[in-house]
Unconditional design. Structure first.
Length: 347
């Protein structure tokens, strides 16, 4: 017997499956496979089915980068949100995807953690991926960020707030007017000592807009009275933080008759804590939120809150982007979807 080297395990091939491999498996030309990938409606159904089966069986992955380079289209919409865990933003993302996905677009997601400098760095990085469009949360950005976006010439839609001078297009509502409406409702309901509880972080522009609406309403209904405010900036956005803030706010503002939370997350945490500690809502203290989360409708007592068109914001934003990405009017378009006050048993 020979004394050659012992046979070892065969090395797995690292060669990628090519378009030619798919064509050979399906028994068609490479041009036919390419048409199935690009314009499937122009290929006969029985041929298309053969090619699609060959793609699945072979594990072929099209080189989208090369195709996009040739077409000057990435089929990507870069989406910037402030936080990953919020129900509100997840519903908006679902609305975006529901409109964009059938048109062949994918979302590329990034989050800012309420930091304007991080937003600028993130947008610069996302623009480097050559997205066909950008969806932003909020309307307040650094001047350098706005200049970068306008120089890039990429269609942009801002959401979740309101401004008279959008970067490009806008779908949202006024956070300030929404909070003013909430305090107006509370005043009409007999509450005279409201206390705002929310983030005062410099980058949390939507919470600051809500605080501005709160201050304006207090000044209108109780002129000369210093608005009651509890800063929740050091608390993470969790139900547990809401529980802690219930105690903190009642100690800091013992004369307050209603705690006006800037978000349902904190308000629901406070409401759940009240039930377990014997604090009567609204007997001892009334509570309101902002956002109308699913939990806000399920807790008892139900949470009075500001209801927002979360998913519709995403759908309408996607529709505006599609129009712009297809070469529609370059004139700025703005759509105010408004809000509703949802009275429930917590007030």
């Amino acid at each position: 017997m020979g004394s050659g080297p012992a046979a070892g395990p065969r090395r797995a091939s690292t060669r990628s499956v090519t378009l030619r491999d798919v064509a050979a498996r399906a028994g068609v030309s490479s041009q036919t496979v390419s048409r199935v990938l690009r314009i499937p409606e122009e290929v006969a159904p029985h041929t298309r089915e053969r090619v699609e089966a060959a793609i699945r069986e072979s594990g072929y992955v099209p080189n989208l980068a090369a195709r996009n380079l040739a077409s000057n289209r990435s089929k990507i919409v870069a989406t910037v949100i402030p936080a990953l865990g919020s129900e509100l933003f997840s519903e908006t993302l679902t609305g975006l995807s529901a409109v964009l996905s059938p048109e062949g677009y994918q979302l590329l997601l990034g989050y800012t953690d309420y930091d304007d400098e991080r937003e600028e760095d993130l947008i610069r990085s996302l623009l480097g991926r050559r997205p066909d469009g950008i969806c932003l949360t909020g309307t307040v950005h650094r001047e350098s960020t706005v200049a970068m976006l306008r120089t890039a010439g990429v269609p942009v839609v801002e959401t979740w707030d309101w401004t008279d001078s959008p970067v490009d297009t806008l779908v949202g509502f006024s956070n300030e007017r929404a909070m003013y409406a909430m305090v107006s409702f509370l005043h009409e309901s007999g509450y005279r000592e409201p206390c705002f509880v929310g983030s005062l972080l410099a980058g949390d522009h939507r919470s600051l807009r809500r605080l501005a609406g709160f201050r304006r309403a207090v000044n209108a209904f109780r002129p000369g009275r210093e608005p009651r405010v509890v800063d929740a900036s050091e608390y993470p956005l969790t139900l547990e933080s809401g529980a802690l803030l219930l105690d903190t706010a009642r100690r800091a503002q013992p004369e307050a008759d209603v705690l006006v939370f800037s978000t349902d997350v904190l308000a629901c945490g406070a409401l759940l804590a009240a039930g377990s500690t014997g604090v009567r809502v609204p007997g001892d203290i009334a509570l309101t939120g902002f956002g109308d989360f699913e939990l806000s409708r399920m807790v008892r007592p139900g949470l009075t809150t500001v209801s927002l068109p979360n998913a519709r914001i995403g759908r309408e934003a996607a529709a505006l982007l599609l129009r712009r990405m297809r070469g529609g009017s370059s004139a700025a378009s703005a759509l105010d979807l408004g809000f509703e006050i949802r009275p429930r048993e917590s007030t």
